[in-house]
Design a protein around this ligand. Structure first.
Ligand code: NAP
Ligand code: ZN
Ligand code: ZN
Length: 351
């Protein structure tokens, strides 16, 4: 049989300290259970920057980041039943897992006991190379790791739902945030702004804790009920034990102990941001029987549930569209918290 290489334009990082550059890779022919997806838009997650700059000490180069992928199915394998050519689909942070462990069989593949295969910078089960992500024009994925994007959502604004969306939706649901829960969202970035939208849609009373006063108006426009600047020491003095639930989306080092004091007796703080190691004291946990948890993205079933919820409620992300060649500048702006509230790459700029 003739093999037609699926030559794919991409942007790759070649080291932790050099800018991302144009690159090209070859996608495999779709297997019987796989679909080929033309990538139309890809969101830019702060995790992309952590990975590219080797802040998590596991980078393998060349690296093609991107795990907020939306596009159209352009080819399907012979046993694919869930999708057909032309369908609008999404791919998030992982593209495979063992499918048999307790986590996988309960639909929480992100916690796969053998380790889920992440969309990029992970050993690819289909070859000797690594997986390459969404800063590229097409991708091949098993149908069971693909989700359907509701047709009523503008596709470019839906892309970040695949990571920023599910990462905030999942802990809010898992820990039972609902009508009247007093929620605080720490950090109003890509994840944070989606946390505000979801918590509001679930009926919570939502306060944003941001570093400065700069994002107050935006926070209220996103639906927040209250806003506190963490640069003001009075914020920590006047709001002790105020919140039932804090979702911390901060990407850089900050004082977890100070934020914990804002949680009520028996309340909970959940970390989704991945800052550098931060000292943690037992005191604020002990003195009000508070819990501290973490949460990693979400499973395929819950990602689909989140997308359908967004379709019903008309929830999308606030995005700034960029061309692929603006990615390095976008990273610098993201580091300065200067993104309102997610960069999304228009992949047509790479063709
Ligand atoms: P982002 O858009 O850059 O937002 C992070 C926000 O954190 C900023 O907008 C800023 O909000 C706040 N912040 C930044 N530096 C700070 C500092 N020094 N002190 C206090 N606040 C600070 O990033 P993102 O894409 O939302 O990602 C956030 C974090 O979540 C990253 O670490 C990322 O790797 C992680 N993440 C985790 C998962 C998971 O599954 N758990 C999934 C995706 C991403 P203000 O301007 O409002 O202060
Ligand atoms: Zn992400
Ligand atoms: Zn598994």
């Amino acid at each position: 049989m003739n093999h037609m290489p699926l030559k794919t334009a991409a942007y790759a990082a070649h080291s932790a300290t050099t800018p991302l550059e144009p690159w090209s890779l070859e996608r495999r022919d779709p297997g019987v259970e796989e679909v080929l997806i033309e990538i139309l838009f890809c969101g830019v997650c702060h995790s992309d920057l952590h990975f590219v700059r080797n802040e998590w000490h596991n980078a393998v180069y060349p690296m093609v980041p991107g795990h907020e992928i939306v596009g159209k199915v352009t080819q399907v394998g012979s046993s694919v039943s869930k999708y057909k050519v032309g369908d609008t689909v999404g791919v998030g942070c992982f593209v495979d897992s063992c499918r048999s462990c307790a986590a996988c069989t309960s639909g929480e593949e992100q916690y796969c006991e053998s380790g889920a295969t992440f969309t990029y910078n992970a050993p690819d089960k289909h070859g000797t190379a690594m997986t390459y992500g969404g800063y590229s024009t097409q991708i091949v994925v098993d149908q069971n790791y693909v989700v359907r994007v509701p047709e009523n959502l503008p596709l470019y604004a839906a892309a970040p739902l695949l990571c920023a969306g599910i990462t905030t939706y999942s802990p809010l649901r898992h820990f039972g945030v609902g009508e009247g829960t007093k929620v605080a969202v720490v950090g109003l970035g890509g994840l944070g702004h989606m946390a505000v939208k979801f918590a509001k849609a679930m009926g919570a009373h939502v306060t944003v804790l941001s570093q400065s006063e700069k994002k107050r108006q935006d926070a209220m426009a996103l639906g927040a009920d209250d806003y506190l600047a963490t640069s003001d020491p009075a914020t920590f003095e006047n709001n002790v034990k105020r919140f039932d639930f804090i979702l911390d989306t901060v990407s850089a080092e900050h004082d977890l102990n100070a934020y914990l004091t804002l949680v009520r007796l028996d309340g909970r703080m959940v970390l989704v941001g991945v800052p550098d190691p931060t000292p943690l004291s037992a005191m604020p946990l002990i003195f009000a029987r508070r819990s501290l948890s973490g949460s990693l993205i979400g499973g395929i079933r819950e990602t689909q549930e989140m997308l359908d919820f967004c379709g019903e409620k008309g929830i999308v992300c606030e995005v700034e569209m960029i061309s692929m060649s603006q990615i390095n500048e976008a990273y610098e702006r993201m580091l300065k918290s200067d993104v309102r509230y997610r960069f999304v790459i228009d992949m047509a700029s790479l063709k």
